[in-house]
Design a protein around this ligand. Structure first.
Ligand code: ZN
Length: 285
């Protein structure tokens, strides 16, 4: 009898333990499933498309079609005639392009046409020129340069443009020679890759003082009285100092005290007076 009773008690305990264990197991399964569902839920949302420029090395660029619509039927002579042109609204989502440590797109996309923004031809690391774009020196900027050099002479400075229009092929030769001599990383610091040089526009000049050739292509030129005169008066002739000091992250190029770009009187004055860059003036940065 005793043994039987003990057996019954132990059976009862077994049932209780099995019941509790089962409940715990069921509870655990329900909890795990619920947790998994919650983990899955957020990933069902569409991925966030906006990317912060501060967090990566890429920049949002308006879709090519927007810019290309402004490109049609334009040339250097019409440089200043299109300023009032309405800006095309962005129809597509901005796309993200990755840039390398020298500021060039990781993958070069050969443009179909040169890029005009507000009637201004743009050539920078963001907007390269097509290989086939070969306009030669712009007659308009050539005439303006002549006036500027004459103005400098009147002020007592013998300035000269020692470099002007460069074809895509010539820039290729230059850049390749620099790479072979100093390596790609070093060459990228002082020479534009073919297609990315503003000299290919026929609207840019490297200017220096005659007799002081040792200061050509140096920042010291900007410290000379001749260089200072040029920095202060270029806009009166339609030119801007294209790569100013402290704007490297905007223009993509280090300070070039010698490089001037023709943009026409109105824009040159506006850029000079606002102490800004072409990129900022055109709303590209
Ligand atoms: Zn230059």
């Amino acid at each position: 009898m005793r043994g039987n009773r003990a057996k019954k008690t132990s059976d009862a305990w077994k049932i209780v333990i099995i019941s509790i264990t089962s409940l715990l197991i069921i509870g655990a399964i329900v909890f795990t499933v619920k947790e998994k569902q919650e983990l899955i839920k957020p990933s069902l949302k569409p991925p966030v498309e906006e990317q912060s420029n501060e967090n990566n090395n890429s920049t949002e660029v308006p879709a090519e079609t927007d810019v290309q619509e402004e490109n049609e039927d334009k040339n250097d002579e019409k440089l200043n005639e299109n300023q009032q042109e309405q800006q095309t609204e962005q129809k597509d989502e901005p796309k993200s392009i990755e840039y390398d440590e020298s500021g060039y797109p990781v993958t070069h996309i050969e443009p179909v046409e040169p890029t005009y923004v507000k009637g201004i031809l743009v050539a920078n690391k963001q907007y390269p020129l097509p290989k086939t774009y070969n306009p030669g020196e712009s007659p308009e900027s050539k005439a303006a340069l002549g006036k500027m050099l004459a103005g400098a002479k009147e002020a007592g400075f013998d300035l000269t443009a020692f470099s002007g229009f460069r074809s895509y092929e010539y820039q290729t030769t230059l850049y390749t020679n620099y790479v072979n001599r100093d390596g790609k990383k070093a060459a990228d610091r002082y020479s534009a890759r073919p297609g990315y040089s503003e000299h290919q526009t026929g609207l840019a000049y490297d200017i220096g003082e005659k007799g002081r050739e040792n200061l050509w292509l140096t920042s010291e030129f900007g410290e000379t009285t001749a260089g200072k005169w040029l920095h202060q008066h270029a806009h009166e002739y339609g030119f801007i100092l294209r790569y100013p000091q402290g704007k490297e992250n905007i223009t993509g190029y280090m300070y070039e005290s010698w490089h001037f770009r023709y943009v026409g009187l109105e824009i040159a004055k506006a850029v000079y007076e606002a102490n800004t860059t072409l990129e900022e003036y055109l709303g590209l940065k």
